[in-house]
Design a protein around this ligand. Structure first.
Ligand code: AOF
Ligand code: ZN
Length: 370
């Protein structure tokens, strides 16, 4: 199963709202064929592994990290291919959360007389496909809030300076996170201050995520760098409201952006829930939220953030007016603090990378007791 997970990971950043799947056909303790899901529209992982195994698939074991599908999508049901190839045993990491599958794949295989062993390494499997699990069950993107902060939790000085708080290694890691995401989101203030490209610069060819810039009145410039043409997963998106007049809206469309004119919240800003639904409709399954503090606050308050990654630099800034990670009022009561779970830490260069999931509602639940 670990090998299947490693295989699956090869397509990270390329599958959008589809799952990462790796599959192995094992015969007499040997791998007779393997495959992973590479690009939307291509055969599913198990079909590739079975094709690679050829006649050796007869009587063999299929190991994969996701339940084989049993529905007609862009490709025929994989369960039919598995049964027809004469596979005797299927070892599957987790049930497919896709409502069109959701255990029916396993039922079909068992009815055909195959042995099914599941779940196996379920927490790892769910974590690998945390984006797919969220998107297929809610049609909303999986949102990672990424922050670069000082040890005292500040993301900018009182003058708004934020380049650079973390070291080069942490910034490289951020580019890897961008490459994995379908979209990278920032607020208007960040664009006006830093004019970021919002690309994934890794020194190799990648399709860059779609920039999403949130600006209720379109104060940003249509000549901002995030609008420059480059190989992307789709057009840059500008999320705004009717407060931006038709002339501004046309200017951004002419600059190559997809302009989303969305409802306003009570303060006249972009309604972030409506925005996330709109992104989901565009099949954007993962969003890397990169600030600033105000947008972070709206997204957290609306319950739209799934995971938090904080790069902590070994420096102190201090000051009441230095920018915190999350703006707004903040609650008066400690019991209103947002609980996180599954906290882990890793060293990245001179900085620490802290990762946690929002809520006691684990994004990666532990396996159910048998
Ligand atoms: C994949 N790759 O390796 C497996 C998938 O639109 P379709 O026909 O490609 O079906 C997509 C669904 O198939 C997907 O949501 C998931 O439920 C199931 N399994 N999908 O893209 C794969 N095994
Ligand atoms: Zn399939």
């Amino acid at each position: 199963m670990r090998r299947a997970l490693r295989l699956a990971r090869r397509a990270e950043g390329e599958v959008g709202h589809y799952p990462l799947v790796g599959a192995l056909v094992v015969k007499a303790g040997r791998v007779a064929g393997q495959g992973y899901f590479q690009l939307p529209g291509e055969p599913h992982a198990e079909v590739k592994a079975i094709a690679a195994a050829g006649t050796k698939a007869r009587g063999a074991t299929l190991v994969l990290n996701l339940e084989p599908c049993c529905h007609w999508g862009r490709t025929p049901p994989c369960t039919d291919t598995v049964i027809r190839a004469g596979i005797r045993r299927v070892v599957a990491g987790m049930t497919d959360p896709n409502p069109k599958v959701a255990g029916n794949g396993f039922r079909r295989l068992r009815q055909a007389g195959l042995e099914v062993v599941t779940p196996v390494l379920e927490p790892e499997c769910r974590r690998l496909n945390e984006v797919f699990v969220k998107f297929i069950t809610t049609r909303l993107p999986f949102v990672v809030l990424k922050v670069g902060a000082t040890l005292d939790g500040k993301i900018a000085t009182r003058a708004g300076e934020s380049r650079w708080i973390t070291g080069a290694a942490a910034r490289r890691e951020v580019h890897r996170l961008r490459a994995k995401a379908d979209a990278v989101m920032v607020g208007a203030a960040t664009v006006m201050r830093d004019d970021p490209e919002l690309t994934a610069r890794l020194g190799k060819k990648v399709r860059h995520p779609r920039p999403v810039v949130v600006d209720e009145a379109l104060r940003i410039s249509p000549r901002s760098r995030f609008l420059r043409p480059c190989p992307r997963k789709g057009k840059p998106i500008v999320a705004t409201t009717r407060r931006a007049g038709p002339k501004r809206i046309r200017a951004f469309a002419a600059a190559g952006a997809e302009v989303l004119v969305l409802p306003q919240d009570r303060q006249g800003r972009v309604d972030v829930r409506a925005m996330m639904r709109a992104l989901g409709e565009r099949e954007i399954a993962s969003v890397l939220l990169e600030g600033g503090a105000e947008l972070n606050a709206s997204m957290v308050a609306a319950g739209l953030v799934d995971k938090v990654i904080v790069f902590v630099a070994p420096k102190l800034l201090g000051g009441w007016k230095s920018r915190p990670m999350i703006g707004g009022q903040g609650p008066a009561r400690l019991r209103k603090a947002l609980p996180l779970s599954g906290l882990s830490a890793r060293r990245v260069g001179e900085d620490l990378m802290l990762t946690a999931y929002v809520g006691a509602r684990l994004a990666v639940p532990l396996p159910k007791k048998a």
